[in-house]
Design a protein around this ligand. Sequence first.
Ligand SMILES: [Fe+2]
Length: 321
Amino acid sequence: MIRDIAHLSSVELYTPVLDDTVAFFRDLMAMEVVDRRGDSVYLHAWDDYELFTVKVTGHHTSGVGRTWLRASSEEALARRVALLEAEGLGEGWSEDEPAYGPVFHFTDFDGHKFGLYWHTHRYTPGPEQRPSLKNQAARFPGRGANIRRLDHVNFLASQIPPQDRFLAELLGARKSEQIMLDDGSLAAVWFTVTDKSYDLVYTSDWTGSRGRLHHAAFATDTREDILRAADVFLEAGIFIETGPHKHAIQQTFFLYVWEPGGNRIELCNAGARLLLAPDHEVITWTQAERAKGQAWGLKTIETFHTHGTPPVDASPSGGLD
Ligand SMILES: [Fe+2]
């Protein structure tokens, strides 16, 4: 087991309503605006040791921009760059972001954009954001949904097997769970690069489109934070899609909302669950098991299988449950 990828760092979201999406992350998710460049605004979650957690970019539509990953070392970065280059997925180096040193740009096989780097700039709190404890990045906000950190990104992909290989072979991630349909095809795969049970997820895109987003997920400290978040979003007029319920797959307690730009945002809490076994077996969920829906709570809502960003003009070819 080689852990060349240290963790998921940050994600860029496109929005047609930049100010509203920034307000969502700042006022309701309790993040801090740390930088602005052109049409992009950078926001920081209170327990993120790096400079930014989300980059929100004004765009003609919604969707996901680049997703950044930190390598475990300079050598790990070089190893992964060589593999990605050999596969023809490399797009060269960039030093355009305020948070990172040289970033290697590449895509997955579905066209989602990634950045991999080693050198990073740590978040330095100003007087207003200085925490009481020096082992915490920023002051505990105690407002809104009070999200602690970015947890995972769930991409939609036109085909799952190439993404499965991308994560396993090119990034060295470990698969923890998957959905396999009755015909033997993969409908979704969950991968981890840490001791969390998942960090990066691919779900089959019912429209056959490439490069789309299903959701970006943010972790709260407690399940109770998610219950309070539902009240916060209700008062703010944010569309609550479904939840709070508990997933059977990965056992995550969750709430899904659509931020003002249309991207699906998950608030998640997996309790103390970790995946410590270095030789764990992949958990495979069957089509019938998937059709049972959540562990508890209401059945999976239809839009969970019909809403992705950016929106595409296609009728759904049928959900999984
Ligand atoms: Fe999720």
